[in-house]
Ligand binder design. Structure first.
Ligand code: FPP
Length: 245
């Protein structure tokens, strides 16, 4: 029985978030440049997206570029941006054929004009697709996102359109980039690192975490299926006791 066949289709995680880590180390291990790792990482993105569609996961969020990644060597940042543009161009057809809707979260105004344009084009072209929402976190940092949400609420209070009493978790969530998207049920991180790295800090309050020692370019859809199978065998208690579940 394959790992895919072991998955219970009625208990699928609705949203999977992924920290795609290890491109650089994988390439270095082969004596190649870091960018070769990123290029090869696109293949793993395709594998995981196809796997998510195949099995029926409706939301997939990928940490493609963090707000801290701007500090990397200029050439690597440039190459990553080019790679994103070319990948979006190449994948549009696949998105349309498979009902994939593209979204982007993060401080998108910091991205080069060329990539913002390509993103807007792709987001508009795929806006009516309903099978799977693929969200790319770009120039994304969760602390910035949270501070931004606080500022938006404070501005409304200052303007007299919101009272302090009306501020609750639901009102707060409305101000996050992810408003309208369910919280991730499962977060996957590759490359043997066990950190959250400023990714979806608010949204991952009850997310199940799954780690792989494989480097991102080595990831295949079967790894996604394994993570889902493992997730299905966990007990999510949300603060309750086992007996209450
Ligand atoms: C982390 O590996 C990976 C990134 C910072 C970039 C991820 C980008 C891609 C997989 C390619 C394009 C993506 C899409 C959505 C088409 P790392 O460089 O931090 O690896 P290291 O920890 O080994 O140095």
């Amino acid at each position: 029985m394959s790992i895919k066949d072991k998955i219970d289709r009625h208990k699928l995680p609705q949203h999977i978030a992924i920290i795609m880590d290890g491109n650089g180390r994988w390439a270095k291990g082969l004596g190649k440049l870091r960018i070769f790792g990123h290029q090869s990482g696109v293949g793993a993105v395709r594998e995981v997206l196809e796997g998510a569609i195949e099995i029926g996961v409706p939301y997939l969020t990928l940490y493609a570029f963090s707000s801290e990644n701007w500090n990397r060597p200029k050439l690597e940042v440039q190459a990553l941006m080019e790679l994103l543009i070319s990948s979006l161009s190449k994948e549009l057809k696949t998105f349309q054929q498979n009902g994939v809707q593209l979204k982007a979260i993060g401080n998108l105004s910091e991205l080069p004009e060329k990539i913002r344009k390509k993103l807007t084009e792709t987001i508009t072209a795929t806006k009516d697709n309903t099978k799977c929402t693929l969200t790319l976190a770009l120039s994304y940092g969760a602390r910035d996102e949270i501070v931004g949400a606080v500022k938006k609420l404070a501005t409304q209070v200052e303007a007299g359109t919101l009272s302090v009493d009306q501020i609750d978790a639901a009102a707060f969530e409305q101000q996050l980039y992810t408003a309208g998207t369910p919280d991730p049920d499962l977060m996957i991180r590759t490359s043997g690192e066990y950190r959250i790295s400023n990714f979806l800090l608010w949204q991952m309050a009850y997310t199940e975490l799954w780690f792989s020692d494989k480097m991102w370019p080595e990831i295949k859809r079967e790894d996604l299926f394994e993570a889902i199978f493992d997730y299905q065998n966990r007990e999510r208690r949300f603060g309750k006791t086992s007996e209450q579940i």
